[in-house]
Write a protein that binds this ligand. Structure first.
Ligand code: G6Q
Length: 536
């Protein structure tokens, strides 16, 4: 693999020229029927409609050249086969393989990275046995009652993806089962989750790859204290997901321990034990296999070189067109599905922690824009909130819409001739068109400039399989962009400084509150801040 500076690619110069006159969607045939038909790609049951992007066939072919020149597919295949891609050449770094795809490469006779997939299969077999024991009443509480709730305690990558997936698939929960999540070190997070929970019938799943995360260990202590207060044995109620040999890898403290490995980054870990233990408890083992199957289908289809056939690759290149060439600083992910309420938050981490970087893989400063700001909320709620800015604001925000033709619960009603699901889908398509085409009006306040780029990703239904596929589409969209920008999308050095300072400030705070236990007033906080600033 040869990584090269983004600005050195021939296709970059060509795209910069083309960006001087991007396609005008607001002209009479700016969005023709032929364009809508042609600018569509389908894979694993998903259609991506991208006629509403400001692209021409020439732009598409230059984006294809950029994908080829930057060797994206070769690097992606090498990643799946275990290349050490989490590294910065010549500097201290994590220096690891990047193998989240191995956790779902379980359907192939010859997986890309056989050792990693064998380990994934071993953990899945252990999990299946554990879930069977829970289901058949062999794993029960001290009174012999079955467990009904699993509370996942973890933060960042050990929370956001699993939580987003659980909420997305809650409709498929096993009867009498549910999951909750605790992440924040804010004690109110724990208190609120424990409120009204029958902890005697709850399993707490403590998830930390490193086994050292302050928030998670603190919350584990709070949970243990709550169990002891109720006269319950924590070792009977706690399970762990952690790295083999981590400080949390201690069988005496947990009823069961599942492993995840250092070649799976936290934000890419939803399909490893980090996500599937809680998902398996709530949805059942068959559902998690479907999630893995959906993700694996995309892992395979993402190997195609042709951007017109490869959804994540095309989304990556369209994102680069909008960000690097048309100059749009942010991107909104707007799912028209209430169940996907936390999916934008997961993508925010996955994208911004991966691609919010300023040095190349060789440790040089980058001379081009890297990851955009990512944000989003479900529609139609957002339409009554921030869409004003999307339509008429001075900041142009490219949008990735996500929609489904059918709902999950099958509960719907025709009101005034249409069902709620029809209203939902019609609203999504209307927003896509309104952003792209705009509207002229004599009243300037009622003018819509249009030419606001967006795509629509749509499939039949949000199910375990399509959720797995959706997750993988976005994971690969993000990593393709990182490869193209020549940055390491798999480390997170940027979160270290704040973490280290928080530990030091905590010590100062503890000392100050020993001296003045009665109050931590403004004067005291200012003194601590100044003390710390002078030490830096
Ligand atoms: C993700 C990050 C980060 C991590 C959390 C939790 O890619 O590395 O969000 O997941 O800091 O880490 P632990 O799982 O080690 O507790």
């Amino acid at each position: 693999m040869q990584f090269q500076d983004f600005s050195s690619f021939k296709a970059v110069a060509r795209l910069a020229l083309l960006a001087r006159e991007p396609h005008d969607l607001t002209t009479v045939d700016g969005l023709s029927a032929q364009r809508i038909r042609e600018f569509k790609v389908s894979a694993s049951g998903f259609d991506l409609l991208y006629g509403t992007q400001r692209i021409t066939p020439e732009v598409l072919s230059a984006l294809q050249d950029l994908a080829d020149e930057s060797g994206l597919i070769n690097t992606f295949k090498a990643m799946k086969q275990g290349a050490v891609l989490n590294r910065i050449e010549g500097y201290a770094c994590e220096n690891r393989q990047v193998l989240h795809t191995a956790s779902r490469d379980i359907f192939e006779e010859a997986p890309g990275s056989p050792d990693a997939t064998t380990k994934a299969k071993i953990e899945l077999t252990k999990l299946n046995a554990f879930l069977n024991d829970i289901g058949s009443g062999r794993v029960v509480n001290a009174k012999g009652q079955t467990f009904t709730t699993m509370v996942q305690v973890g933060i960042g990558g050990s929370d956001l993806g699993p939580r987003a997936l659980y909420l997305a698939l809650k409709a498929y929960s096993l009867p009498g089962r549910s999951a909750r999540f605790i992440a924040n070190v804010d004690p109110d997070d724990v208190a609120e989750v424990l409120l009204g929970l029958d902890i005697s019938r709850t399993l707490f799943n403590i998830v930390s790859k490193t086994g050292t995360t302050l928030e998670t260990l603190t919350n584990e202590s709070l949970v243990r204290a709550a169990l002891i207060k109720e006269g319950l044995d924590p070792a009977r109620h706690l399970v762990a997901v952690t790295g083999e040999g981590s400080p949390m890898d201690d069988a005496s403290r947990y009823r069961a321990t599942f492993y995840m490995y250092d070649y799976i980054g936290g934000r890419y870990s939803a399909t490893s034990m980090v996500g599937v233990v809680t998902l398996g408890f709530a949805l059942g083992y068959a559902a998690i296999i479907e999630i893995l199957r959906g993700a694996h289908e995309i892992d395979r289809s993402a190997e195609q070189r042709d951007i017109r056939k490869n959804i994540p690759l095309l989304m990556a290149m369209l994102g680069i067109w909008n960000h690097n060439f048309l100059g749009h600083a942010t991107i909104a992910v707007l799912p028209y599905s209430q169940a996907l309420a936390r999916f934008p938050a997961h993508l925010q981490q996955c994208d911004m922690e991966s691609n919010g970087k300023s040095v190349t893989r060789q440790g040089e400063s980058v001379g081009w824009q890297t990851g955009p700001v990512v944000w989003g909320e479900p529609g139609t709620n957002g339409q009554h909130a921030f869409y004003q800015l999307l339509h008429q604001g001075t900041e142009i925000v490219p949008v990735e819409f996500i929609g489904f033709r059918q709902n999950q619960y099958g509960l719907d009603l025709e009101v005034e001739g249409t069902s709620s699901q029809q209203k939902l889908v019609a609203n999504m398509l209307a927003q896509s068109l309104a952003l792209a085409l705009g509207k002229r009006d004599d009243n300037p306040a009622r003018c819509f400039s249009g030419n606001r780029p967006n795509s629509v990703l749509i499939t039949d239904q949000l199910s375990p399989r399509s959720m797995g596929a959706l997750l993988a589409i976005f994971e690969h969209r993000i990593t393709f962009q990182g490869f193209c920008w020549n940055i390491n999308s798999f480390d997170q050095e940027g979160v270290q400084l704040g973490k280290v300072l928080a530990t030091k400030l905590l010590q100062l705070l503890a000392t100050a509150s020993q001296d003045h236990p009665e109050k931590l007033d403004q004067e005291c906080l200012e003194k601590i801040l100044l003390q710390q600033a002078q030490m830096m």
